[in-house]
Design a protein around this ligand. Structure first.
Ligand code: NAP
Length: 286
């Protein structure tokens, strides 16, 4: 049986959707902390085991009879500890294989969000030291997060971001879920690290151009210096923590941390991942 953590989240939902296309619901167990959010999973015949990464007893219960675990990273500042709890419970229960969704980044030591990003690599090291089989899916940025970067008024005000000509191989999260499902169902991915990236690198100027073509409106990209950008967001009432996160990710994009393109996603999907144009069409319903 396969245990999917984060089963009520976006990536977990996409993974389960694809698992269900290729295996019976009785082979899937969902780990969830919210009964309401998990209702639809039960309706599909999936066993839901409730708990929290902070709750050891619930993790021990969740791991019973499980062979493979998909550990989807959380976003909490102390997530490394949470991930360790999941890994310890899996090892204790005799789980054979952990698939972990981390990040693909050129150099975590120079990342502007190093504490957050380091926890992905610490988790990978911890899984390796557990001596269970592992597969690391180092995901690039989700195309679905583009609206968060460009803001709600992108079609009126354009894109204002301190990313300069830095690029990202954005890929659809729902296709990353498909990749995770394929990896969980196939037996050829033991002790492998994959870089799950889109097929090309895209700057926010490319995104502005593509949105202009798709919408028929002129959308400009304006580069801005980091301090002006942060101050503008704070003046608009964006909470400090959100400003720090978006500024940190933007700095990493500008510094070319995400400029990694790899064929792993195409091979694991069995087709080319969606292009930027197709992703934006889907996200904005254009
Ligand atoms: N590559 C990217 O661009 C990108 C962007 C954003 C995030 N991420 C990372 O990728 C992960 C998955 O993305 P996503 O879009 O699927 O995120 P999401 O929709 O927020 O899903 C996160 C899932 O983790 C669960 N979870 C969080 N803390 C937990 C805990 N303490 N115990 C048990 N379950 C817990 C959540 O449960 P609830 O439903 O109960 O909240 C949810 O099911 C994120 O958590 C983050 O680490 C990557």
């Amino acid at each position: 049986m396969i245990l999917v953590t984060g089963a009520t989240g976006h990536l977990g939902t996409a993974t389960i959707e694809h698992l269900l296309k290729n295996t019976d619901a009785s082979n899937i167990v969902a780990f969830a902390r919210d009964q309401n959010k998990a209702k639809h999973l039960k309706e599909k015949g999936i066993e839901v085991r409730f708990g929290d990464f902070e709750d050891h007893t619930s993790l021990d219960y969740a791991m019973r009879g499980i062979e493979k675990v998909l550990l989807i990273s959380t976003i909490d500042h102390h997530r490394y500890q949470q991930h360790q709890n999941v890994i310890d419970a899996a090892k204790k229960a005799g789980v054979k294989h952990i698939v972990y969704t981390g990040v693909t980044l050129k150099d975590v030591n120079t990342s502007a969000v190093k504490p957050l990003m380091s926890s992905h690599f610490q988790t990978e090291d911890y899984i390796k030291s557990s001596e269970m089989h592992y597969t690391f899916l180092r995901n690039s940025l989700y195309a679905e997060v583009i609206p968060m970067y460009v803001g709600k008024e992108v079609f009126k005000k354009g894109i204002y971001l301190p990313t300069s000509d830095g690029k990202v191989p954005f890929a659809l999260r729902r296709e990353m879920g498909e990749v995770a499902a394929n990896v969980l169902l196939q037996n050829s991915h033991k002790n492998k690290t994959y870089h799950i990236t889109g097929r090309e690198l895209y700057s926010f100027q490319n995104i502005a151009d593509q949105l202009s073509l798709l919408s028929g409106k002129t959308i400009n990209y304006e580069d801005v210096d980091q301090t002006t950008f942060s101050n503008t967001l704070l003046e608009r009432g964006v909470p400090q923590i959100n400003v720090e996160i978006i500024s940190g990710f933007s700095a990493d994009i500008k510094n070319k941390q995400y400029e990694i393109v790899n064929k792993d996603m195409e091979e694991l999907l069995g087709r080319k991942p969606a292009s930027l144009k197709d992703s934006l069409k889907e996200i904005y319903q254009l």
